[in-house]
Every structure is written in C-alpha cells, then in structure tokens.
Design a protein around this ligand. Structure first.
Ligand code: SF4
Length: 469
C-alpha cells in the first residue's frame, strides 16, 4: 500500500459524508481503508460516478492502485472454507504489521488406505490449541497424486474435499490435475505446480478452471519469466515456489532465494514477482534419518520461514512436538504489534462463585487476564473477576497511562451489576494498582483491599484477608 494516512485517501473520496459505506464520514471510511478493513470499492457513490465520468474513473483506479498491498493477495477455497495468503506490505513486522498468517497445509496422498486417510484428515480438521484467548488451527490439505492415475486421484480429492478445508492439488501430470479439477474446481483449490516442463498445460488448466496456480522454479529468472507469462495470459492469482531444499548449502540457498524474492518485490517494487511465496518444509522427509529426525528438520525449516516471508507451507508431521511450536510462532509473528492482545471486558465467574465470594479486578490485556484467571482457577478460588477495558494494557502501564482509573472501575461495577450478585461491597485490586485504593473507594463507595502484586499469591493472601472484617 503506497498511501499511509487517512488524509491521503480522503483526497480521492467524494467527501460528501453520505454514510452509504456504513461510516458517518468519508474520513472514517478512509481510516478503515488504511487499516485494510475496507476497500475503495466499498464506497458506492465513487463507483457509480466512475461509471459516468472518465476523470473519476481514473481517480478510482489510482486509489485502487495506491491502496493495493505490495504483495498480491491470493484466496484458496471459498467462503468460510477459504484462506487468504500474501497481501503483505512490509518486509519487517515492526514497520507496520503482517496481515495474512502463513497458511499451513498438511499432505495426504491418493494411495493411502481409506482408514489412514480418514484418520489423518480428521486430525487436521480437529486440531485446536487454545493460546492467549484464541484457538489456533490448521488450514488445509495438500493432496499428492502418487498413483499417477487420473481416476484414483479424482476420487481421493473428492473425499478430502468433503472435510471442508481449503486444498492444494499436487500433481505434475496435467491429466491427473484436470481430472481432479473437474471434480473440485468450484472449491477453488490451488494447483501445484507449473514448471518449465509442464507450464503450458498448467496455464490452460488455471485459465479454464479459474483457480490459483503455483509456479515452481529454483532459478529466479525462470520463476519470474513464468510468472510474467501467466500474468500476461490473465492469471491473477499466482503463488511462487522457489524450491525448498532442506539441509546445508541447499537450505542456505533457499533462504537467499526467498529473501531475494520478497526484497525485490517490496523494496524494488517489482510487480512481476510480487506474489505469495510457498515453502515446503515437507522436503525434510527426503533426508536420511528416522521419522523424529525428519520431523525435527521439518519444524526447523517451518519456523525459519514463518519468520522470513513464507505465505503458505506444506508439512507432513502432525506430531504435537512439530505442530505446537509452528502454530504458536505463527500466532506471535502475525499478531499486530500495534494492538495489544485483548480479551472482552466484563464480569467472569470463576469456580461457581456465590454471594460471599471475593470480587477481584484485573485488566483486559490477554496475558494479564489469562494469568490471573488461571491462578484463580488452579487454586480453586471461587470468585468474581471484573475485567476492566484498559485498551489491552497491563496493570502497571494502564495505571500510569490513565486507562485504569477509579471512574472506569465505577462504570464497570455499574455495568456488570456485580453489587446484585454479592452480599458485601469489598473489591480486591491488584497490588500494582495500590495507589488507586483511595480514589476507587471515594468514587464507588466500595471498600477496596490491595491484593498481592502477583496473582499466584492470591491463595495465601485470602487466608489472612478473607472474609473481610
Ligand atoms: S460512501 Fe463514500 S462518499 Fe459516502 S461517506 Fe462513505 S466514503 Fe464518503
């Protein structure tokens, strides 16, 4: 995206504040274009006027160009069963944020036994790991054609499609690919891969079935030349695979190719290669060694390229020691550094509290909230927990910064109607908010007790301080 501020976008808008886009003002709409929750095409008057007036049409095209991400966005799948990849604007997350997390696909193959296939597909679909208030999940299936038989491949692809996840179809044989596409093109799978030797057939398939395509070449000049050919032929959704080599100089070379591709696309503004990048950590299964060793290298490669520019990956190992580090690292890299991770403010019930249970308060910064909640739960403390909206900041920072105030505590007490749930009017505040004790008492009329600095010590603190005198 070449425009960086709402004001720059505002200049292109009708500036009538008509509200048709769902926002009260054009400036507010412009701010949502910058944060990528809206697109220029969501302003109906601008579109209508562009149809009648060439000058406005040009202006609209210019706005679309200026607000498009540097790396093209590719969608695999449809509706709720889709995943977006690419769409990035920066090389380093600290410059702004990354938008679309690396998508994780897991391989299955068409010569697997039926039971084995079902078990593996179910594992991918059912994987969920709770982490900082979110469930981390896996994205889809990469279906390898190992039979080299169009009919076998078609029937297995059909089965896998029934699991409702996005798919990558893997076959270098255009006949097998065509057979699978006839069955599942409506699900918009990504096809893998067009190479120097089969690109003409794969290009025809991508155009005929309107599906995104992966272009694969280790030589970056060849990769670019194939991308230009596909783009000029009308294929808009392209994924680049610069070939992942798992060990030694091969891995070093893969790293250099990936960095080169992304730098040239963003810093060099080379639109011919400004497409999402595919990495295949699954290549680690080609090295010598036992399965644990292969899974180890697969995880190492995955981790490296989550940090450095991979938009989509194909894995094999579904062992927890492989999957958990990958999904956790991905979550952390793709969390917007400008927005602290937050939970919903409000009232939580911990371990079936009653009218005599203590009332604690904490902030809605996810890490603080989950620490307090898990300390209370694991110690079996029946209690009420008020969660204050501090805009995702922790206790100490929000007290200092004015997000944790006596006035806001009063509002939260009133909104949650906690006074109707307990017989007492005693609020326990975190030790780090001790300086607000008097102000909260004055503002709310509740008695305020200062709890420990560390929620892990609440149990011991209660033994001496609860019930209150
Ligand atoms: S629809 Fe367009 S003109 Fe109307 S308020 Fe939104 S941005 Fe402004």
């Amino acid at each position: 995206m070449k425009v960086k501020s709402p004001l720059e976008v505002y200049k292109f808008l009708p500036q009538t504040n008509c509200g048709e886009c769902g926002f009260d003002t054009c400036m507010s709409f412009a701010a949502h274009i910058i944060d990528r929750s809206m697109k220029p095409e969501n302003c109906p008057p601008l579109f209508r006027d562009a149809e009648k007036d060439q000058k406005i049409k040009k202006k609209l095209e210019q706005l679309i160009e200026l607000t498009s991400p540097e790396i093209a966005e590719v969608v695999i799948g449809t509706g709720d069963n889709s995943v977006k990849i690419g769409g990035e604007d920066v090389l380093h997350r600290h410059e702004m944020t990354y938008f679309n997390p690396t998508a994780f696909f897991y391989d299955v193959w068409d010569t697997m036994g039926e039971k084995e296939l079902e078990e593996r597909c179910s594992k991918v679909v059912e994987f969920r790991k709770f982490y900082v208030g979110k469930f981390l999940t896996l994205d889809g299936f990469a279906i390898r054609c190992t039979s080299n038989d169009p009919e076998t491949y078609r029937s297995v692809v059909k089965k896998v499609a029934s699991y409702g996840k996005p798919m990558i179809l893997i076959s270098m044989n255009p006949d097998c690919m065509r057979s699978a596409l006839k069955e599942v093109a409506d699900y918009k799978p990504l096809i893998f891969a067009a190479t120097e030797s089969n690109w003409e057939e794969m290009l025809k398939l991508a155009l005929e079935f309107k599906v995104p395509v992966t272009i694969r070449a280790k030589d970056l000049n060849l990769l670019k030349s194939l991308a230009v050919t596909f783009k000029s032929a009308g294929v808009k959704e392209i994924v680049l695979d610069p070939v992942t080599e798992p060990l030694g100089d091969g891995l070093k070379g893969t790293f250099e190719r990936v960095v080169n591709l992304r730098r040239t696309a963003i810093q060099g503004e080379d639109k011919d290669i400004a497409f999402p990048i595919m990495i295949t950590p699954i290549s680690a299964w080609l090295i010598d060694g036992d399965d644990v060793e292969k899974a180890y290298w697969e995880t190492v490669i995955g981790s490296l390229f989550i940090v450095k520019y991979a938009d989509i990956m194909i894995f094999r190992s579904l062992e927890p020691y492989s999957v958990i580090p990958e999904v956790t690292l991905r979550f952390n890299i793709y969390t917007d550094p400008r927005t602290p991770v937050q939970v919903e403010p409000g009232l939580r019930e911990i371990e079936n509290p009653d009218e005599n249970s203590p009332v604690f308060i904490t902030t809605n910064f996810a890490l603080t909230y989950y620490t307090v909640e898990s300390d209370l739960t694991s110690a079996g403390i029946s209690s009420w927990l008020l969660v204050l909206n501090t805009e995702g900041l922790g206790v100490e920072v929000s007290v200092a910064g004015g997000q944790f105030t006596a006035g806001k505590v009063k509002e939260l007490i009133e909104e949650t109607k906690i006074a109707e749930r307990v017989k007492h009017k005693v609020l326990v505040i975190p030790g780090l908010a001790a300086r607000l004790q008097g102000a909260i008492e004055d503002e709310t009329g509740w008695t305020v007790k200062v709890g420990p600095m560390d929620s892990g010590r609440i149990k011991g603190w209660l033994e001496n301080n609860w019930p209150p005198e």
